[in-house]
Design a protein around this ligand. Structure first.
Ligand code: ZN
Length: 238
């Protein structure tokens, strides 16, 4: 009845199977992964800490990410936050018993991108994931900022993406700097929505290491299946 009413009044359809009703039907919701796995890009950026992703970037997940990031479908952040929380759990499994706080660092958007509507998509997902995890341990969210405008990543290959973002982020936050001085007492996870070449995650890692914080891992909602030298026009901008 609810699905029929939603279709009648809103004309909404499932982003996964196009069934009329909710934007993600119960069947497509149930089909999403509940387990994250290491998702190494090819080639691997030098020195990248282990990247974890819960889903492949295609089908319903791709539609959810694009809808959330580019089409103002902010309600998707709940399901995407669940997927990201699962990646963070896997990424921090080795320190699960540790009482030190987990610090989630969202990969920042390019200036302008994702901010036009006053909504930072990746940061919103990370805050959502942090809410899921707070029942399990102490979780903080700390931002990085973009200090130099990197160009849009779409259309660049792995090497181009790495060169484009290198040196583009820095760690401005007093909280992070304070944490760096006591870094033996926190576990830092770099978080993003989609892992493509790993270039932006690697740059976030570099910016953290520059202030003395060595991230434990990278966690992402999803990773692209085909990676490496091929970049298509439909690839996300990171
Ligand atoms: Zn569906």
């Amino acid at each position: 009845m609810l699905d029929a009413a939603l279709d009648l009044f809103l004309g909404t359809r499932c982003v996964g199977c196009d069934a009329p009703g909710r934007m993600l039907c119960p069947g497509c919701r149930a089909a999403l992964s509940r387990h994250a796995a290491p998702a190494w890009p090819t080639p691997v950026p030098d020195g990248l800490v282990t990247p974890w992703a819960t889903e492949s970037y295609d089908g319903a997940v791709r539609a959810l990410v694009v809808g959330h990031k580019d089409r103002g479908q902010w309600g998707h952040r709940r399901v995407l936050g669940d997927l990201l929380a699962e990646a963070v759990r896997a990424a921090s499994a080795d320190v699960r018993a540790d009482t030190a706080p987990l610090v989630l660092v969202p990969v920042p958007s390019r200036p302008g991108a994702g901010r036009q509507r006053g909504y930072e998509a990746t940061a919103a997902l990370v805050r959502e994931a942090a809410r899921r995890l707070r029942g399990e341990r102490t979780v903080l969210v700390a931002p990085l900022v973009v200090s130099r405008g990197a160009a849009d990543q779409a259309g660049l290959d792995a090497r181009g993406r790495a060169a484009n973002v290198h040196g583009s982020m820095h760690c401005p936050s007093v909280a992070l700097a304070r944490l760096a001085r006591r870094s033996a007492h926190a576990h830092v996870v770099v978080c993003d929505d989609v892992l493509t070449t790993g270039a932006t995650a690697r740059e976030a890692q570099r910016a953290l290491e520059a202030v003395g914080l060595r991230p434990l891992a990278v966690a992402a909602v999803a990773a692209t299946r085909r990676r490496g030298s091929r970049a298509t026009s439909s690839s996300p901008d990171r």
